[in-house]
Design a protein around this ligand. Structure first.
Ligand SMILES: Nc1ncnc2c1ncn2[C@@H]1O[C@H](COP(=O)(O)OP(=O)(O)O)[C@@H](O)[C@H]1O
Ligand SMILES: [Mg+2]
Length: 417
């Protein structure tokens, strides 16, 4: 058996063995961590400084741009220096009271000094919520439930009590140990708690000096309004940072380097094409690069040792066809006006959508088109990209736009843009 293994092994060319141990260097669909982020040094430094100094920061940027990865990396780096950093994704809680329990659980997990002591401290700091804690020795995990009847309580009040409890916890730590609360997809808190939540949360956190707060979110317009409108509670509460794309130069260098390290030659125009097709959205860039790498490895091209421009496009078509069931479902869920409006967005590159030409192609007036665009921004299909003095509409998932180009436009006798 062993002998057979050795003989078989001996028959595999050395290059293949080398290839098979090199894993795909392009990662997507998960939060990246320490050592795998390209660029983002300023953003990381700002998040870390905010937490160290007990400040308040809003990190605003479209989905898929790398917010969560920045937050995770900053939290990991701070935790390595013994800071206590709680990181929650507001979108994973269906109600605010569950999120409050999430804060308490996370606090228990981060407290040092043994299970008993951690439990005692949590009960003390969060006493108004009467937490019921459970610790599983088997998986070394905590879970917390609120002992009070949350159905009879205002959930925003519970949240402010949890934040006050956390401030007490922070004050009980040595000055050298920063405490941070990171809430990802923060807009969800306001969606759940309503406008009144903003005022109550502000009132609580403006009295806190020991917790560093970082609120991040992807509903760019909603968050932007929340922090820039003088009539809203969060106005000037903290600093704001808008997350843009990763500079092309840095992304290109990374892509080229990784393909070369894998033993492939790289046509410079292939990298430009890859970034253009993915519209520089980090998630989509990594996804397309991942697929190119995979297809090169599988040898599904005439020249399997080179990343060329036509091969990148061919891979994009392969990728969007692979996602066809998903995009088809998304497309069918749209109204016919929305579908026609999206076709206009693709054809016109997201600009001049209030023109007579658009009205003619959609068959509706500018008012209806505006409403249709807004509904698709709200549902996360489109996003606004603010350029110098104008606004351009883009697809949150640029591959949905590519799918429309590849499948819908030809079927409707439209020329691909
Ligand atoms: N700085 C980065 N360097 C390389 N790839 C990145 C970077 N930021 C994001 N990505 C890619 O985008 C994907 C989505 O990132 P994520 O942090 O989840 O974005 P967001 O939270 O803004 O939706 C990651 O899995 C990764 O493929
Ligand atoms: Mg995220």
């Amino acid at each position: 058996m062993i002998l057979k293994g050795i003989i078989l092994f001996g028959m595999i060319p050395f290059s293949m063995i080398l290839f098979s141990v090199i894993i795909n260097p392009f990662q997507f669909g998960r939060e990246l961590g320490l050592g795998s982020l390209i660029d983002r040094a300023d953003e990381l430094a700002t998040v870390e400084r905010t937490i160290r100094e007990g400040g308040k920061l809003f990190l605003i940027g479209p989905r898929r741009f790398g917010k969560t990865s920045i937050l995770k990396t900053a939290a990991d780096r701070l935790s390595a220096e013994s800071a206590i950093v709680l990181r929650l994704d507001a979108e994973s809680y269906p109600t605010l009271d569950l999120m409050v329990a999430g804060i308490v659980t996370s606090a228990a997990r981060h407290l040092k000094g043994g299970v008993r002591r951690a439990g005692e401290q949590v009960r003390r700091f969060f006493h108004t919520l009467r937490p019921e804690l459970d610790y599983s020795v088997l998986d070394d995990t905590w879970s917390a439930k609120l002992g009070i009847d949350s159905s009879r309580q205002d959930h925003t009040v519970l949240l402010t009590e949890a934040l006050n409890g956390l401030e007490q916890l922070a004050r009980a730590q040595p000055k050298t140990r920063p405490v941070g609360l990171i809430i990802d997809e923060f807009q969800r808190v306001v969606e759940l708690g309503g406008r009144v939540a903003e005022g109550q949360i502000r009132a609580a956190i403006q009295t806190h000096s020991r917790i560093g707060y970082v609120f991040a979110g992807s509903k760019t317009r909603m968050l932007n309004d929340m922090v820039t409108d003088a009539a809203r509670p969060f106005y000037r509460l903290g600093s704001k940072m808008f997350l843009g794309p990763i500079p092309r130069e840095d992304f290109s260098r990374f892509l080229e380097e990784k393909f070369r390290e894998g033993g492939y030659s790289v046509e410079p125009q292939a990298i430009v094409r890859l970034l253009d097709l993915a519209e520089d959205v980090p998630y989509n860039v990594q996804m397309l690069a991942h697929s190119c790498w995979f297809r090169l490895r599988e040898g599904t091209t005439a020249n399997p040792s080179a990343l060329t421009q036509p091969f990148v496009y061919e891979t994009l078509v392969y990728l969007v066809r692979q996602q066809d069931p998903f995009f088809t479902q998304l497309w069918r869920a749209l109204t016919s006006i929305q579908q026609r409006t999206l076709l206009a967005v693709v054809e016109q590159g997201g600009v001049n959508l209030q023109s007579t030409k658009t009205a003619q192609s959609v068959g509706r007036g500018p008012g209806t088109i505006r409403k249709s665009l807004h509904s698709m921004i709200d549902s996360g299909i489109l996003r606004e990209d603010h350029l110098m003095s104008s606004t351009r509409l883009r697809f949150e998932d640029p591959f949905f736009a590519q799918w429309i180009r590849v499948t819908i436009m030809p079927a409707n006798g439209l020329r691909q843009a």
